[in-house]
Design a protein around this ligand. Sequence first.
Ligand code: XUL
Ligand code: CO
Length: 438
Amino acid sequence: MAFFKGIDKIKYEGPNSKNPLSFKHYNPNEVVAGKTMKEQLRFAMSYWHTFTYMGGDQFGGASICRPWDQTEDTMEQAINRVHAAFEFMEKAQIPFFCFHDRDIAPLGKDLKETNERLDIIVDVIKKEMARTGIKCLWGTTNAFGDGKFVHGAGTSCNATVFAYAAAQIKKAMEITKELGGENYVFWGGREGYETLLNTDTELELDNYARLLQMAVDYAEEIGFTGQFLIEPKPKEPTKHQYDFDTASVLAFLRKYNLQEKFKINVEANHATLAQHTFQHELNQARINGVLGSIDANQGDTLLGWDTDQFPTNLYDTTMAMYEVLLAGGFTTGGLNFDAKVRRASFDEYDLFYAYIAGMDAFAKGLKVAARLIEDRALEDFKEKRYASYKEGIGKDIIENKVGFKELEAYALEHGVTPNESGRQELLESIVNQYILEA
Ligand code: XUL
Ligand code: CO
């Protein structure tokens, strides 16, 4: 059964097309920076925002009523959603999907029945994957929505909740392996705290690390070779989330000797909640060799929360792809649209318009970034800016040949040479020029 009647496969029609159901920039087989756009961008659909979000917010319930949900039977609904999801991905040319365990199958009366339900749906998904060639970018566990996770999952003060979370992750890892998932994500939904008056942060962090180590051990046991990812977020749902940003996740991983096993899944709107730019977070992940994957979305500059909007800001997508290309491109990761349509964008066309907008914004960003790099439009300037480290005293510093005494002697004898302009405005206008031209 087709759920998206009247919508054909979305095709590339070029930047001048007026057809809203066409790509203006995403041309899957066009080669950019040595790979096809499909290979460079590795777009993924988020199962939760696309197929389980009904438009509810703090002030009201559902505003979205999907044709595939029109049944009382929750298992039938879950199966319908699989068919709708694959029809959608096929038509929108999205080669991957990402999911939480709880997105794909409804809870049963207990963990056993919940797991059996998952197995049934996983079989349906596997058939659809075989039929379409669409793959799983990553799986994850929803260990934050259910009431039992009120104090956290891996960081709960209640050891039985820790055990339950571990059981849930075990199953989600098994499913992700079965679906050929290329990564497994940890987003610490409720791994944080509201008040230090009742919180033992040391024990909670130790336990969180224990949970991650168990996942690493279990992956080895079952032969799951996907990449583990941690997705930082500074706040929401708790006031303070332990995985605040890339830097704090790195410090955590290094403390618990997990740095070889985990990379970062950078989400744009989480970066801005941490008062960083999206590019800053990608940059920090890149220079530390842990840029794993991206949750592509954007916030609203006037709203202080995680609005998870589809990314349309070309400056952000350009500089994001700039970092990805400098990192050598994605390996197991990709661009997962962890983004939802606005609650007033409630029909099925909006899903297509939203994904097309996001995919085109990143395709354009990729093209611009590739040209900026190819022309060394920024890199030449940067190289010149740091040229003082290429010779003389600068070279000695870089080669660790000098200490305070030698540097004092140098400063006493030579003083400092005049500084040169940082040229920020010029560089900004160069980026503008590339965005307008590429
Ligand atoms: C929440 C968020 C999650 C993770 C996966 O802000 O981004 O959807 O991406 O659990
Ligand atoms: Co996310």
